[in-house]
Design a protein. Structure first.
Length: 133
């Protein structure tokens, strides 16, 4: 495992089509909170459309174009995990070196900074709500 976080998709939101940057990882989604009707909350990977199910896992190669949408009135929550793609020696060693390089890249380190700034803003909103009560 290299990355894990909760992915929350608000009602009526859509993530536009995009592709992951590196084939050395696989993406895992564990459905935690899937709004009804479940068929209105989905992900497309390549030409296949799938629907999350609570307590069920889906794994996919995110270098294929993919997009997600939530056309319900509820919030969709999945546990999002990047896992190292299984490979044989010596490809597994090369993959480990490349993933270390990616983890230390400005792309990833900049994302970590963005996340920390978001978390501080979120905490401030929560604290304001608690103070108002």
């Amino acid at each position: 495992m290299k990355t894990a976080f909760f992915s929350i998709l608000a009602p009526g939101k859509q993530l536009p089509p995009h592709c992951g940057p590196y084939k050395g990882m696989l993406r895992l989604h564990l459905g935690l909170l899937i709004p009804e009707p479940a068929e209105m909350c989905a992900i497309r990977v390549g030409s296949q459309i799938r629907h999350w199910q609570e307590g069920r896992v889906m794994i996919f190669d995110d270098t294929f174009e993919h997009e997600a949408w939530n056309r319900t009135d509820g919030v969709r929550v999945v546990l999002f995990v990047d896992i190292v793609r299984p490979m044989r020696f010596p490809a597994n060693v090369l993959n480990a070196v490349i993933t270390w390089g990616i983890a230390l890249s400005p792309f990833v380190l900049g994302s970590a900074g963005n996340y920390l700034r978001w978390e501080k803003r979120f905490e401030a909103v929560v604290n304001q709500g608690a103070a108002a009560k």
